[in-house]
Write a protein that binds this ligand. Structure first.
Ligand SMILES: [Zn+2]
Length: 71
């Protein structure tokens, strides 16, 4: 038995590697959204995630403002 005998495991791991799809963004895409169960899920970081709720948007703004004040 060798590592070459296990291609399925390698492919499964690759499915979980998804970064934010915003051009130029290198953040991890931890926020996914699929328009329908049949469609492929798209991934963004929290900042670029286009489907945030109003509360999530406010929380992000407070976080960004706090970061600006520290700089
Ligand atoms: Zn991003």
């Amino acid at each position: 038995m060798s590592d070459i005998d296990r291609p399925a495991l390698t492919k499964a791991a690759l499915m979980y590697v998804h970064y934010c799809e915003e051009a130029g963004c290198k953040e991890w895409g931890g926020w996914g959204n699929a328009p329908s169960p049949a469609a492929a899920t798209r991934w963004w970081c929290f900042e670029h995630f286009p489907h945030k709720s109003y509360e999530q948007e406010q929380a992000l703004r407070r976080k960004l403002e706090a970061a600006e004040h520290r700089a």
